[in-house]
Design a binder for this molecule. Structure first.
Ligand SMILES: Cc1cc2nc3c(=O)[nH]c(=O)nc-3n(C[C@H](O)[C@H](O)[C@H](O)COP(=O)(O)OP(=O)(O)OC[C@H]3O[C@@H](n4cnc5c(N)ncnc54)[C@H](O)[C@@H]3O)c2cc1C
Length: 317
């Protein structure tokens, strides 16, 4: 990071009332509660903040932000931040940028509902009860945000984000330009999309269907109960590995006898083998070593090469 350029960039943002923190730890932003110091945390709270940011970037600060020095953080429920932290810019969306938006009835499509990218998925799912919008109940079990769900094509309970998304509005942090992506342009695949680290998803539109509040609420309760029954609580990021096409990663890990396997502060959950739990004051190094060990043992025992779903943020990428 060129320190003169970054100081100028940060000063410009601050002069426009954008909040920038320089004393925060990655552990404050992730469900693992792991991660060292973050150089700059840019906290975007209003549409004005977004417009100002875009304007600053496109007026002299193009290319300051790039694939190596930026990370947009939602709820950090799929992120592992390095123990040494991240010498770059973390962007978070708060306040106005974490609200539900307009509801529109579209005669041929269903009910369209928009949401700002910082909104929590469980909160979104619960807010839809009062609007009698069904079809998006699966979000209640995924502890991320709208932005994280779009970036990751999050899914569960037989549905994924790509099936309910209509469009996503994105600010390009490299150029300061805006684009609204239709679903077909997002190149959604299993737990991935076209979006790269300099794409800041700011809002999304979803299509749901009319259902009674009772029917929606019953589905939410069922999903939450299933999660409680089948997944561990505590510090984790959900499934660490992507499921191969014909078998679940958890089944492979369990088959290899790795439930409970531990290195330092990180261990494979006894309840769900695809979850790696961290202890209080856990270390990214321990989680990474458990990941590498699982990949090695599963490959040697079964021939499957497990790929990670969790995204790793460090200075060494
Ligand atoms: C207990 C538990 C259960 C889980 N169950 C599931 C599940 O059933 N299905 C599933 O798919 N996932 C699951 N997850 C993982 C996680 O919740 C999802 O991947 C979720 O979509 C991540 O959202 P987030 O806001 O936390 O994103 P983060 O973890 O903050 O970020 C993940 C990625 O999304 C990007 N991103 C986040 N916000 C934005 C934005 N506004 N603009 C651009 N990029 C952004 C980040 O840069 C990063 O690359 C689970 C996690 C936990 C802890």
């Amino acid at each position: 990071m060129d320190s003169r350029t970054s100081t100028g960039f940060i000063q410009r943002l601050k002069s426009l009332n954008i909040k920038v923190d320089t004393d925060l730890l990655g552990s404050q932003f992730t469900t693992y509660r792991i991660g060292g110091p973050i150089s700059y945390c840019v906290r975007l709270r209003t549409d004005n903040d977004l417009l100002s940011l875009a304007e600053v970037i496109s007026n002299g600060y193009e290319d300051v932000l790039n694939q190596e020095n930026v990370c947009v953080v939602g709820n950090g429920s799929n992120l592992l931040i390095d123990d040494k932290g991240f010498n770059g810019y973390v962007f978070v969306l708060e306040n106005d940028l974490s609200q539900i938006g307009e509801v529109k009835h579209l005669p041929d499509l269903g009910i369209q509902v928009s949401a700002r990218a910082g909104l929590s998925l469980p909160m979104f799912a619960r807010k839809l009860v009062q609007h009698e919008i069904g079809g998006l109940e699966f979000f209640v079990g995924i502890p991320g945000t709208i932005g994280g769900a779009v970036a990751m094509n999050a899914g569960g309970h037989g549905k994924q984000t790509s099936e309910v998304l209509k469009s996503a509005k994105v600010l390009n942090l490299k150029t300061g330009s805006w684009k609204t992506y239709a679903t077909a342009e997002c190149n959604f695949r299993y737990r991935s999309s076209c979006f790269v680290r300099t794409d800041l998803i700011v809002s999304a539109e979803f299509i749901g269907e009319k259902k009674s509040s009772k029917e929606i609420k019953d589905s939410l309760d069922e999903i939450v109960a299933w999660r409680r029954e089948n997944q561990p609580g505590g510090r984790n990021v959900g499934s660490v590995f992507q499921n191969p096409s014909d078998i679940s990663a958890g089944a492979l890990i369990e088959k290899c006898g790795l439930k409970g396997f531990r290195i330092g502060s990180a261990s494979v959950s006894h309840k769900h083998a695809n979850f790696i739990q961290a202890e209080q004051d856990g270390k990214a190094k321990d989680v990474n070593e458990v990941i590498v060990h699982i990949q090695k043992v599963v490959f040697e025992t079964t021939g499957y090469e497990l790929k990670t779903e969790v995204r790793y943020i460090s200075n060494d990428e």
